[in-house]
Design a protein around this ligand. Structure first.
Ligand SMILES: Cc1cc2nc3c(=O)[nH]c(=O)nc-3n(C[C@H](O)[C@H](O)[C@H](O)COP(=O)(O)O)c2cc1C
Length: 167
């Protein structure tokens, strides 16, 4: 596998913890960046990108990730393989569950990258999510508020699929 950069935005630490677990699962070659300290040149260094944000407000991107969107827009991501993950709360925010991940997916359209790592919505209960496209999540959805007991298992299964879908 070629190089992997994991970029996350996290306000209360959940997405950060998930990012580090993904790194651990993928092995030492994966580098982790907190997005407020990252630039478009950091994104461009890697063949594979894994981008993670939580969702705040009502369906808004996490603050630091919001600021990072201009770097994603400016970056040349052509030919890269990208996987997405997001943290949210399906009970309290059932209409906007992990919408932030959907916004990142939207920003990657027409960037010339290949998006991998879509997951089933089975096992979640929510009304609406911008992160669901063609009946699947566009990436890995984690709910530490209501289903923290499933987090390790979900991450492990996702990382296994990434091992064969990252380039
Ligand atoms: C004020 C507030 C607003 C939130 N809004 C949403 C939301 O719209 N959609 C969602 O899925 N989760 C929402 N959440 C849940 C967070 O995304 C969730 O707690 C997440 O794990 C936080 O991750 P972080 O610590 O990495 O920022 C909200 C939480 C709070 C406290």
């Amino acid at each position: 596998m070629k190089s992997i950069g994991i970029f996350y935005g996290s306000s209360s630490g959940n997405t950060e913890t998930v990012a580090k677990q993904i790194q651990k699962g993928l092995g030492a070659d994966a580098q982790v960046f907190e997005v407020s300290k990252a630039k478009k040149e950091d994104l461009e260094k890697f063949d594979n990108l894994i981008l993670g944000t939580s969702t705040w407000g009502f369906g808004d991107l996490q603050d630091d990730f919001e600021g990072f969107m201009s770097q994603i827009e400016a970056a040349n991501l052509s030919g890269k393989t990208v996987a997405l993950f997001g943290c949210g709360d399906q009970e309290s925010y059932s209409d906007t569950f992990v919408n932030g991940m959907g916004q990142v997916w939207q920003a990657l359209q027409n960037k010339g990258c290949k998006i991998v790592g879509q997951t089933s919505t089975d096992g979640y209960s929510f009304s609406a999510s911008d992160a669901v496209v063609d009946d699947k999540f566009v990436g890995l959805a984690i709910d530490e508020n209501n289903q923290s007991d499933m987090t390790d298992e979900r991450i492990a299964a996702w990382v296994e699929t990434l091992k064969s879908s990252l380039s």
